[in-house]
Design a protein around this ligand. Structure first.
Ligand SMILES: NC(=O)c1ccc[n+]([C@@H]2O[C@H](COP(=O)([O-])OP(=O)(O)OC[C@H]3O[C@@H](n4cnc5c(N)ncnc54)[C@H](OP(=O)(O)O)[C@@H]3O)[C@@H](O)[C@H]2O)c1
Length: 251
C-alpha cells in the first residue's frame, strides 16, 4: 500500500486531500495542530472503507525541536500499520494565514508566519526525506499571495514565495532519486485560514469572487483534486513546477 503524509490534514485543503487519497486506497498519515477531534473524524471516515488506512498525528510546524519525536512516530506507524520502512508522498500543506500592516509588523508575528509556512516545512522535509521511497512525490502548498497583491501580507506572501522557490531547488537536488517536487498556488479558498475569516466575514467573499475570472472563490476540493492529480503517475514527467489553482484570480 502506498502511504502519504499530509501536513495540516485536519481542516480545509489538507482535509480534502486526506479524504481523496483515502478513497483511492492510499494510506494517510495526516497531521493536526489544534483540531484533534476534526483529525480523528477524518481518520474514522477513511477507515470506514479502508480499516487501518489512516492515522492522525500532532505536529506544530513552528516548533522544529519537536520534529524528531514526530519523525519517530511516523516511522513507528509506517512499520506497525503498513509494514513499511518508507513512504511515498509528502504534501507540505499545513500553514497559517492572516495579515498585519508592514509598519506595525512585530518580530514575533513575522517569525510565526515564516517558521510555520517555510522554515518548518523545509526542515521537516529534510528529516522525512531520508526515508521517502525512490520516485516519491512532494507537493508544497504555496499561494497566489507569493506574487504580492494585498496590503498586510508582507510576511505571508514572502513565506509562500520562499516555498515556491525552494520547490525548484528541491526538485533539482532530489532528482537523482527520481523524486518529483512541485507546488500549487491557490487563490482565495473558503477554509479556516486566517482564523476562519470567511466564516466571520462572509461579506469578504463576493468582492474576491468578483476579481476571479471563473466568478467564485475556491472550495477545498477544487485544490485537493489538483494536488491528488499532481501526485499521480499521469504527471510523471512534471517536476519543479508551480501551478496556480485560482479560477483566474486577478486575471
Ligand atoms: N484558504 C486560502 O485562501 C489559501 C490560499 C492560498 C494558500 N493557502 C494555503 O493552503 C494551506 C492550507 O490552508 P487552508 O486554507 O486549508 O486553511 P485551514 O483550514 O486553516 O487549514 C490549515 C491546516 O494547517 C494546520 N496548521 C495550522 N497551524 C499549524 C502549525 N503551527 N503547525 C502545523 N500545522 C498547522 C491546521 O491544523 P488545525 O486545524 O488542527 O489547527 C489545519 O490543518 C496553507 O498552507 C495555506 O497557506 C490557502
Amino acid at each position: 500500500m502506498k502511504v502519504a503524509i499530509v501536513t495540516g490534514g485536519s481542516n480545509g485543503i489538507g482535509k480534502s486531500v486526506a479524504l481523496e487519497l483515502g478513497k483511492k486506497g492510499i494510506g494517510v498519515i495526516l497531521t493536526y495542530h489544534s483540531d484533534q477531534r476534526g483529525a480523528d473524524d477524518i481518520v474514522r471516515e477513511i477507515e470506514k472503507k479502508h480499516p487501518g488506512g489512516a492515522v492522525a498525528l500532532k505536529l506544530d510546524l513552528s516548533k522544529r525541536e519537536t520534529f524528531e519525536e514526530f519523525v519517530q512516530l511516523v516511522k513507528k506507524n509506517l512499520d506497525e500499520r503498513w509494514g513499511r520502512k518508507t513512504f511515498d508522498y509528502l504534501v507540505n500543506n499545513g500553514g497559517i494565514g492572516g495579515g498585519m500592516p508592514f509598519v506595525e509588523m512585530t518580530e514575533e508575528y513575522f517569525f510565526k508566519i515564516l517558521n510555520t509556512n517555510f522554515t518548518g516545512p523545509f526542515f521537516l522535509t529534510q528529516s522525512l526525506i531520508r526515508f521517502m521511497e525512490e520516485e516519491g512525490k512532494i507537493i508544497n502548498t504555496s499561494s497566489t499571495s507569493s506574487r504580492g497583491s494585498f496590503p498586510g501580507y508582507s510576511a505571508y506572501g514572502p513565506s509562500k514565495a520562499a516555498l515556491t522557490s525552494w520547490t525548484r531547488y528541491l526538485a533539482k537536488e532530489l532528482s537523482p532519486r527520481k523524486i518529483r517536487v512541485n507546488s500549487i498556488s491557490p487563490g482565495p479558498v473558503h477554509t479556516n485560514l486566517g482564523d476562519g475569516v470567511f466564516d466571520k466575514h462572509p461579506e469578504f467573499i463576493q468582492p474576491l469572487a468578483d476579481q476571479t475570472a471563473l466568478g467564485k472563490i475556491g472550495s477545498p476540493i477544487d485544490v485537493a483534486n489538483v494536488i491528488v492529480s499532481f501526485l499521480s503517475d499521469e504527471f510523471g514527467w512534471v517536476t519543479a513546477q508551480d501551478l496556480e489553482v485560482s479560477g483566474g484570480f486577478l486575471l
